[in-house]
Structures are given as structure tokens and as C-alpha cells.
Design a protein around this ligand. Structure first.
Ligand SMILES: [Mg+2]
Length: 216
């Protein structure tokens, strides 16, 4: 393990496709609090941001406590109902098998830990690929803050070589943690948007990662 390098991976829309999971969970939670469904395309644009910021956009007139209650309800619907809509990004098993031979792998996500476990279950992605899984509830500030990457570094005693993600918030977090950012286009941010945050490369999907790392 010691001669291995370390890599941090985002989960949603990097390893798994989970739009439907989150859209349904948010809309069910909105409904629970007496709100109308939120426009799907507007909702998708918020993905990747800290969840509390999303809650603030969806219900701006509510206070922080109520917004946190709303997010708890989102997680409840996710872990009981909507997790099953998550699907693996094509080729991800091949990529993770290759990566595991050369890298210690940490998943760093803005989803809470318990929901991550359900998302892995729903998408049938084997959790044993990962040496560490960190959710937003395990740090003070989630991405775009670097806390998750820095905590992974501390817990795994390795400096991450790369942070791979589909959103600009992954790349901002990478920059703040002084880690090389890699963008993937399986989410909702364009190459042009990502290039503003100086990733070392933007790949079409994580399936292209082994080739870029010269381990494929
Ligand atoms: Mg993501």
C-alpha cells in the first residue's frame, strides 16, 4: 500500500449517474413541506453545491433549522425510495479495478455518508473499491471548500495526487487543497466552465481516466 499514490473521486455524476435519485428526493421533500415541484432543469444546475445552499435556493424564506429539516427529509426519501434510480457511469468497474492497483482511493462527496452507502447500493457499485468514503456530514464545510480532501489526506496518510469530479465545485476544492483537478463531462458543467478553474485535463468521462494516468 505504501508505494501507492492516492486519488480522490467525487461520487454523483462522476462514478454514478444520480440526477433522478436527487430530483425525486428533493421533490418528495418539497411536497412534504407543502411546496410545488421545482423545475428539473433549474434543480440540476444546483447540483454539486453544498446541500444547504441548495435548500436555501429551494426555500429561501425558511430559516436554517427548517432548511436542515428539509435536507433530512431529502435524505430520508433518498435512503428509503429514490436510491434505486442511481446507475453506474459506463465503464466505471473497469476503471476502479485498474485504479486500485496503483492508487489508494477516497470518495469525497457533498452527500451525507449514509446516503452515499445507499447510492452505491442502488447503482450496484461495490464499496470495496474504496479505501475511504467521506460525506458532507463528516466535515465542517463541504466542496467547494477543501475540507473533505484534506480530511482524506489526513486519514489515509497520503497526499492526494488528483481530485476527479464533474462540477466546478470539485475543481475549486481541488485548487484550495493544492491537488491537481481533473474534470469529467458526465455532469452538468461544460468544458469551458471547468477550464476557468485550471484542471490538468477535462475528460469525456471517468472511463478515460486510466489512459490519462497511463495505467490503462
Ligand atoms: Mg458530482
Amino acid at each position: 500500500m505504501d508505494n501507492k499514490k492516492m486519488i480522490c473521486l467525487d461520487l454523483d455524476n462522476t462514478l454514478i449517474l444520480s440526477d433522478k435519485t436527487h430530483i425525486e428526493a428533493y421533490n418528495r421533500a418539497l411536497n412534504y413541506f407543502g411546496y410545488e415541484k421545482y423545475d428539473q432543469h433549474c434543480l440540476i444546475k444546483l447540483f454539486g453545491r453544498p446541500k444547504i445552499e441548495i435548500a436555501n435556493v429551494l426555500m429561501p424564506e425558511k430559516n436554517l433549522k427548517e432548511q436542515k429539516e428539509f435536507l433530512k427529509m431529502h435524505d430520508k426519501f433518498l435512503t428509503t425510495r429514490t436510491y434505486k434510480y442511481a446507475k453506474k457511469v459506463k465503464g466505471v468497474d473497469f476503471v476502479l479495478k485498474k485504479l486500485k492497483k496503483h492508487y489508494i482511493i477516497a470518495v469525497v462527496s457533498n452527500t451525507v455518508h449514509e446516503s452515499i452507502i445507499y447510492l452505491l447500493k442502488g447503482s450496484k457499485l461495490n464499496p470495496n473499491y474504496f479505501d475511504l468514503v467521506l460525506g458532507s456530514d463528516e466535515v465542517k464545510n463541504s466542496k467547494p471548500c477543501p475540507d473533505e480532501i484534506l480530511k482524506a489526506k489526513k486519514l489515509l496518510h497520503h497526499k492526494p495526487e488528483y481530485m476527479v469530479g464533474d462540477s466546478i465545485y470539485d475543481l475549486i476544492a481541488a485548487k484550495k487543497a493544492k491537488v491537481n483537478g481533473i474534470g469529467v463531462l458526465t455532469g452538468h458543467h461544460s468544458k469551458k466552465e471547468m477550464m476557468m478553474y485550471k484542471p490538468v485535463v477535462v475528460l469525456k468521462s471517468i472511463a478515460d481516466l486510466p489512459k490519462f494516468l497511463k495505467i490503462g
